[in-house]
Design a protein around this ligand. Structure first.
Ligand code: EPU
Length: 419
């Protein structure tokens, strides 16, 4: 297992480019199961979750090839499998995204139930309720969802909770349904909008993505398309947090400022200097940081995927910040590791109270999930001495070349291959 060895503290300075968004590329790849012609996706990030999804698609009859920096996907439907096995789904929950597309195009799907994961229980009841509303027959047996239909029929459905992959699964299923589907209380994340843009380029008729109500007029067939994935706001946001944490000066290119709105407003509120223009989003910090509370919420709220990194940042701010996690029930696992680096944090249920500023000192720490790993790496760059972050495979699921990007900004980070 690879580890990062980090020698801090370093002040991060320079320009860093966001990769394509993992959480937009995953549904885009799944959407190729709906197509009858090749689909070309540009700016697909080279991260482990993408490799896992491509392997799953290969098994489901979609061949993919790298060509000229893009990924070309060629769907083959006849005789192809319609099953996403437990082994794949357990390593990557986003495998559940093939459910809506398989059902829409092939009219049947057998997809392993994802089960819980490090950050919470994460049920998929809303995905199933929505597909049921479109007329799918759904059975749960032996840990699998078995779903089939003669053809899905458009319907009106309201999500009880806003779910990103749930909204995406329903968009894909409804794209080939008979008639109009109206989805209420949809997730409004930029990744949902990017998926709708791709589906529309393939010939779907989707209106309202990015709003709470989305209308989908079903079509009989979807063709090929060429599409560029949006920039990764979470990856990019991680570098901006690191800039503020190290008193640095970093310009992020290739990510939309609007997608990062909640983070940028928060960084401004704590005393960082923010500017956004043609050259990118620049975050600078000279003076002290002020403590500031955040509550995670669905977009356009503060993203849960930046909570861990922000929590690390608040260890350097003056005063007490209260950080409330409302999306996932077990997303404070980074706290125990930050305590070992000298942070002062108390957890009360879904709230963490961080008191700062506290000097962080390098330590051996263990990554537990993707964003917790990123938090520990950022903390390691700001800490004095050597930090060793173990289990970097979590990080490799969603950050493309993180050590290289950090090195280019002046951090001393090295990947050391495990035994
Ligand atoms: N929920 C339900 N029932 C459902 C679906 C969701 O109760 O059927 C609940 C969840 O338990 C959670 C809330 O609804 O409390 C929101 O979960 P959501 O379904 O939106 O999460 P997701 O679609 O499984 C995506 C991202 C996550 C990100 C969340 C929230 C992808 C592939 N994953 O997950 O990304 O944290 O939205 O924004 O898009 C990550 O990249 O590190 C990551 C975990």
């Amino acid at each position: 297992m690879d580890r990062f060895h980090i020698h801090g503290p370093s002040r991060l300075v320079g320009t860093v480019a966001a990769s394509g968004a993992k959480n937009a590329a995953l549904p885009a790849l799944a959407a190729t199961l709906l197509a009858d012609e090749p689909v070309v996706l540009r700016r697909v990030p080279k991260v482990r979750d993408i490799a896992t999804m491509r392997r799953l698609l290969g098994y489901l009859g979609v061949d993919s090839h790298d060509r000229d920096g893009a990924v070309r996907l060629i769907p083959g439907h006849d005789g192809a499998s319609f099953e996403a096995m437990y082994d794949m789904v357990k390593t990557m929950r986003a495998s559940v995204l093939v459910l809506g597309a398989l059902l829409g195009r092939r009219r049947r799907a057998r997809v392993s139930l994802p089960g819980g994961c490090a950050i919470g229980v994460r049920p998929i009841d809303q995905h199933l309720k929505g597909l049921d509303a479109l007329g799918a027959q759904i059975k749960l047996e032996h840990g699998y969802v078995m779903a089939e239909t003669k053809r899905l029929c458009g319907a009106r459905f309201r999500f009880d909770v806003q779910t990103v992959t749930g909204t995406e699964n329903l968009l894909m299923a409804a794209a080939l349904a008979d008639g109009e589907t109206v989805l209420d209380n949809c997730a409004r994340e930029p990744e949902v909008v990017d998926l709708a843009d791709l589906l529309n380029a393939m010939g779907a008729r989707i209106e309202g993505a990015g709003e709470e109500t989305i209308r989908i007029e079903g079509v009989d067939q979807l063709g090929g398309a060429e599409h560029e994935i949006i920039g990764d706001r979470i990856e990019g946001g991680t570098y901006l947090v690191a800039a503020a944490m190290t008193g640095g000066d970093v310009t992020l290119t290739g990510a939309a400022p609007a997608d990062l709105g909640p983070l940028l407003e928060t960084l401004a509120a704590i005393g960082a200097d923010i500017s956004a223009g043609e050259a990118g989003i620049r975050v600078r910090r000279n003076g002290p940081l002020r403590a500031h509370d955040v509550v995670t919420a669905p977009h356009p709220g503060f993203p849960t995927d930046l909570q861990a990194q922000y929590l690390a940042l608040m260890t350097q701010a003056e005063g007490a910040s209260r950080i409330t996690e409302t999306i996932f029930e077990n997303r404070f696992q980074h706290v125990a590791e930050l305590l070992r680096m000298g942070a002062d944090i108390q957890i009360e249920g879904r709230e963490a109270v961080v008191r700062g500023p506290r000097p962080l000192s390098g330590a051996n720490v263990m990554a537990t999930d993707l964003r917790a790993s990123a938090c520990l790496v950022v903390a390691g760059v700001a800490a004095t001495g050597e930090t060793v972050v173990d289990r970097i495979y979590h990080l490799d699921r969603g950050y493309e070349g993180m050590e290289l990007k950090l090195q280019a900004l002046g951090a001393r980070v090295e990947r050391v291959a495990g035994p």
